[in-house]
Design a protein around this ligand. Structure first.
Ligand code: SF4
Ligand code: SF4
Length: 148
């Protein structure tokens, strides 16, 4: 896994860069009329028929901030995100870009545009920090990270 190969300076640079992307994404989402009700139903991917993919910098960021907050990386053993507790996201401030962008009642074209923009920016971080870019479904990413 990339994190293991990266020193603290690179990790900190990636954490800060991902944080900036999430902040600007949140600012863009505030401008959209469709608001997610945060009901947590789409975090049950199997029953909702939803998929979530995450990028290398996001996983590195997620691991770093969870470690800082003494929260373990949990494997995903079912079709439900392991951080969904009683229908609420227990890692809400650090959730992935896809969690932020997806809105079941929102404009799919706009969400597609936001996703593509986010991916371009994550790839840019990989180039700058010499990280290999990967785009993994959440289950694979969490299970690999939890096994390390
Ligand atoms: S990280 Fe949070 S918002 Fe994203 S899928 Fe998991 S529980 Fe849902
Ligand atoms: S996108 Fe829809 S299903 Fe998912 S949390 Fe928001 S309102 Fe609930």
């Amino acid at each position: 896994m990339d994190k293991a190969q990266k020193g603290p300076r690179t990790e900190q640079a990636v954490v800060e860069a991902v944080e900036r992307i999430y902040l600007s994404l949140e600012a863009e989402l505030l401008q959209t009329p469709d608001k997610c009700k945060a009901c947590g139903k789409c975090c049950d991917f199997e029953s909702f028929g939803h998929k979530l993919y995450i990028t290398t910098p996001e996983l590195l960021y997620f691991r770093a901030v969870l470690a800082k907050n003494k929260i373990p990386i949990l494997p995903m053993k079912t079709g439900v995100c392991p951080y969904c507790k009683d229908g609420k996201c227990s890692v809400y401030p650090w959730r992935f870009a896809g969690c932020r962008i997806f809105n079941c009642t929102g404009n799919a074209d706009l969400q597609g545009e936001l996703s593509e923009k986010m991916i371009r920016r994550m790839k840019q971080i990989c180039l700058q920090e010499s990280l290999s870019y990967r785009y993994l479904d959440l289950k694979t990413a969490l299970n690999q990270a939890a096994a390390e």
